[in-house]
Ligand binder design. Structure first.
Ligand code: ADP
Ligand code: MG
Length: 257
């Protein structure tokens, strides 16, 4: 068993009177899939925003491979190897599907992105190699026949897969996925589960916020349950599912299982 790749210590964040994230502490083992679940408003997206330094925390810190990343800029966090997707998909609608994937190669480095837009900053062979890689990723997700179409023509599931392809293009070690199955039907969700397993097989660590419990329980080695900003359970899926606190606070109340 490898050590933790990600360590979260006493992370807290309030918005006005709302304690969105409160004393959240957990670690994620390298190469594992960790699911973060909890009812709406539990603080899951805020946690992701804190992990990527989109907001500064009020208290606490985040460590990537033992290195403190709290206080760094979001693009620095990305460059160190954390890539995230957002709850609402963020594809560039008028850019081609292929170019949307290639954006991932720059891990949000602003200079890199602008250079790419202007077609500068890399040699033709580098560019060709990147295109080939992006295309190969689109093949994995069954989207290669759409490579030259504008991303806006993709259905929602396709846009979510496109974001996964982009995340893989980044070569980031840790992927944070915020509700990747939102809006997907059962068949698409099943397919997503297979994709996530495939992502894990590439050696990456996946932290996924997800409401679909059958998806989560089927693929995660660790489940962190949040409620009202706090972690109320953290363990293997089988144990978390049987935890009376979880049953009362989440399964009972939210009824989303
Ligand atoms: P989840 O993703 O688990 O549904 P969120 O992290 O989005 O939960 O929200 C947790 C709480 O923090 C909610 O009460 C939400 O209204 C509040 N919140 C989240 N982001 C902001 C923000 N930028 N400004 C003010 N309140 C926020
Ligand atoms: Mg959310």
């Amino acid at each position: 068993m490898k050590g933790p790749v990600l360590r979260v210590e006493s992370l807290s964040k309030a918005f006005g009177g709302v304690q969105a994230v409160q004393e959240v502490t957990f670690s994620v083992a390298a190469g594992s899939i960790c699911a973060v679940i909890g009812p709406n408003g539990a603080g899951k997206s805020t946690l992701f925003n804190l992990l990527t330094n989109l907001y500064p925390p009020d208290r606490g810190a985040v460590f990537l491979r033992g290195q403190r990343i709290t206080g760094l800029r979001p693009w620095q966090v990305a460059q160190l190897g954390i890539f995230r997707t957002f709850q609402t998909s963020r594809v560039f609608p008028h850019m081609t599907v292929l170019d949307n994937v290639m954006v991932g190669a720059h891990r949000w480095s602003r200079a890199g992105l602008i250079e790419q837009m202007l077609g500068m900053g890399r040699t033709r062979s580098e560019e060709a190699a990147m295109r080939a890689r992006a295309f190969a990723l689109l093949e994995v997700f069954g989207l290669s026949h759409r490579a030259r179409d504008p991303a806006e023509v993709l259905p929602l599931a396709g846009q979510k897969y496109l974001e996964l392809a982009r995340a893989l293009m980044s070569e980031a070690e840790v992927l944070l996925l915020d509700e990747p199955a939102a809006g997907m039907n059962d068949a698409e969700t099943l397919e997503l589960a297979q994709f996530l397993r495939a992502v894990q097989e590439t050696g990456r660590t996946v932290v996924v916020v997800e409401h679909n419990l059958s998806l989560v329980m089927g693929i995660a080695q660790q489940v962190v349950v949040m409620d009202a900003g706090r972690v109320i359970a953290d363990g293997v899926p089988e144990a978390v599912q049987r935890d009376p606190t979880v049953i009362a606070a989440y399964f009972g109340k939210a009824g989303r299982a």
